[in-house]
Design a protein around this ligand. Structure first.
Ligand code: GLA
Ligand code: GLA
Length: 676
């Protein structure tokens, strides 16, 4: 397990964030003070130029990069590195005035007016040309600057465009996909239904708000196309930069589980994965542990996209944000926990949006390290500086990775297909929530679990959970069979294997594509329960009953062993949890939605069969482990306000230097990083 430190120049973790000095060019005193305070806060890296286009090129063809050079130089002289963004996330007014095609068209078919950001057309040749030209200039000017660590492409790419250029690209994309044979598309999308047959690709429109929204295959393909087109835009930016500076790494900042783009497809183009994390701290529906472990799921989705190296946290709020429904400040100590969790989950960076609050406009009250007060003696500054210190203490952990033998399958295609399917009940579909709640149960057992797409390579795993895998990618069923055959423990649930990758139903019984043979069951009906309905599953071998909510499938048993049966309703006594021995492994099928906490004995059984140890933690404590060739680093994070004791901990706490031999006591909001 070779250690792959992301940025050896920086000697460990990066700590810093978005810095927008172009807003302060008339205040050299502030720019000077910024660098002094950055050093005091242990900041060793900033992201520059995210929204600088109108300062770089105030009128078309007139370029001003001197200010940035001065700032990058000064930062570098003070030990602060730069991540240089490309400015395509927002356009100067002259650009939209001259090239209106750069402005996006909405689902209603209306062209946007100039303004805000993140709203360009991804197809526009003019915008692509302007962007690539700007990127080349940046690479030429700054590509060999000793302070440059990497490029940050655009910002939080997202959204869709329904303009004539995008429509035409969609049509040629479809023509390619279906071998230029419209009949193949008609079959794949079942268009004879409601007389929706097409006779040419030029008739296929995107799913406009007042247009075709009833073809599931079209809706799904439009989402895939949007990812493809966005990735193509991203690739064009990367190409322009690499022409000049092929060895500078590139990333783009992702947004949690952003629904609009299949990040796995974009990830292939990037050298490093980075993302922006903004949890709703201290909300009134969840405990801090629940909020933070959901954030850990997001971290895990990101780290699982490139398992062999650390990822980056590109943005987070040092204080509050300004866009949640309620913006509660993080309680003292929570910022430290948030940052250590970032490291615990495999990030080599802790970065913020932003360094200093601007005086005006949309984000003037968004949290930053430096407030309008302007001093370094605020609570937020002190807590940030404390994180700077802690990251230095745990520097040897940088470059190590989280290793998992368990995986949860989570797919964007599947997610889109479930969102769109006219079945189940809209309020209770809850695909994401179902995945997250199961994943959290493994986290509570101290088991690292990757979150991977259903067409991933399963060969490194011993346990796989595939919740609600409604859509099967080509090959997924046979890979799952191979996984179980060679000794894997697999759990699938209700609503598995109903459709293929075009959302056409499998014939001959669900789960389809051969999975009914793997599980030894066929789902004959799915009962969608009202929110107040309950059923239960009862087991023969001493497990407590599981409560059933929302969905219960009625199974036809072919050759599986029945572990649990329904207690009520007309399917009382019917199989609800089954197991089939297949090759050297086990294929479990849970036919109903149950609370993952109650399902714990099943998870423990699967882990035991796989030889994966389960650990015990006090309530509210999160645990992760990063591994490198010269050691392991265990992270313990206490989200409770009361002290918590963890047993069986041995090694040195890198945060305090103390040796722990057995019992680790964590203060309220306390943390420890144990080196073995
Ligand atoms: C109506 C329509 C049918 C079908 C059913 C579905 O009755 O006439 O074509 O859509 O609804 O319930
Ligand atoms: C996103 C953007 C930033 C900023 C923050 C505010 O992450 O990338 O530019 O708007 O949100 O939370």
């Amino acid at each position: 397990m070779e250690k792959k430190i992301l940025f050896p120049q920086a000697g460990g973790f990066l700590h810093g964030g978005d810095y927008n000095p172009e807003q302060w060019l008339d205040r050299p005193d502030i720019l000077k003070e910024d660098v002094r305070m950055m050093k005091k806060a242990g900041v060793n890296c900033v992201t520059l130029g995210v929204f600088s286009w109108s300062v770089y090129e105030p009128v078309e063809g007139e370029f001003h990069f001197g200010w940035l050079e001065k700032i990058m130089d000064h930062l570098y002289e003070n030990g602060i590195f730069t991540i240089l963004a490309t400015p395509s996330g927002a356009r100067p007014a002259w650009l939209d005035e001259t090239y209106p095609e750069a402005m996006r068209v909405s689902r209603q078919g209306m062209r946007n007016h100039h303004g805000v950001r993140h709203n360009h057309c991804m197809s526009s040749p003019e915008y692509r040309k302007k962007t690539a030209d700007m990127d080349r200039r940046l690479a030429e000017r700054f590509g060999s600057h000793p302070g440059l660590l990497m490029y940050h492409i655009s910002n939080e790419l997202g959204g869709e465009c329904f303009c004539p250029l995008c429509t035409a690209r969609f049509q040629s994309y479809l023509s390619e996909k279906f071998d230029h044979d419209i009949e193949k598309l008609n079959q794949a999308w079942w268009t004879t239904f409601w007389s929706h047959r097409y006779s040419s690709f030029s008739q296929v429109e995107p799913p406009f708000a007042n247009g075709e929204g009833s073809i599931m295959g079209l809706n799904l393909e439009w989402k895939r196309f949007t990812t493809w087109n966005m990735t193509d835009f991203l690739k064009e930016e990367i190409r322009a930069l690499r022409e000049i500076t092929p060895s500078v790494p590139v990333t783009t900042n992702f947004m949690m589980l952003y629904n609009g783009l299949d990040y796995r497809k974009m990830a292939r183009e990037l050298d490093v994965i980075s993302w922006d994390s903004y949890p709703r701290f201290h909300n009134d529906e969840e405990t801090l542990f629940e909020t933070m472990t959901e954030n850990a799921f997001h971290h895990t989705v990101m780290r699982s996209m490139k398992k062999e190296k650390p990822f980056m946290l590109m943005e987070s709020a040092p204080g509050l944000v300004n866009w949640h429904p309620f913006n509660k400040v993080k309680r003292p100590g929570v910022h430290k926990l948030f940052c250590l969790q970032t490291a615990a989950c495999g990030s080599d960076t802790v970065q913020y949006f932003q360094w200093r609050k601007g005086r005006g406009s949309f984000e003037q009250y968004h949290g930053a390290v430096v407030d309008h007060l302007g001093t370094d003696d605020t609570r937020i500054f002190r807590e940030t500086a404390q994180v700077g210190e802690l990251l230095k203490k745990i520097a040897p952990a940088a470059g190590t990775c989280v290793r998992a033998r368990a995986a949860l399958l989570f797919d964007w295609d599947n997610r889109w297909a479930i969102q769109d399917v006219k079945a189940l009940a809209e309020p209770t579909k809850c695909y994401e929530k179902t995945c997250i709640s199961i994943w959290k149960e493994f986290l509570k057992m101290g088991v690292e679990m990757d979150v991977v797409p259903s067409d991933d390579d399963f060969s490194g795993y011993d346990v796989i959970v595939a919740p609600m895998l409604y859509l099967l990618q080509p090959g997924t069923a046979s890979c799952l069979k191979q996984f179980v055959e060679r000794g894997g423990q697999l759990l699938a649930t209700y609503f598995t294997g109903y459709v293929d990758d075009n959302t056409l139903c499998f014939m001959g019984g669900f789960p389809g594509d051969g999975l009914s043979e793997l599980f030894g069951v066929i789902s004959e009906e799915i009962d969608t329960l009202y929110p107040s309905d309950r059923n239960h599953i009862r087991f023969g071998d001493g497990w407590e009953d599981w409560e059933v909510r929302d969905y219960a499938e009625i199974l036809r048993l072919t050759d599986a062993e029945v572990l649990g049966r329904y207690t009520d309703d007309f399917y009382q006594g019917g199989a609800a949890l089954t197991r089939k021995r297949y090759g050297r492994g086990n294929a479990y099928y849970a036919a109903a939605r149950c609370c993952p906490g109650q399902m714990r004995p099943l998870f423990e059984q699967m882990l035991a069969q796989a030889g994966i140890p389960v650990k015990q933690f006090p309530e509210g404590v999160e645990y992760h482990v990063r591994t490198g060739d010269e050691g392991t680093y265990e992270f313990y994070l206490n989200y409770g306000t009361a002290p918590a004791c963890v047993q069986e901990v041995y090694g040195q706490d890198m945060l305090t230097g103390s040796e722990i031999s057995g019992t680790l006591t964590l203060e309220g909001y306390g943390a420890a990083v144990i080196r073995k």
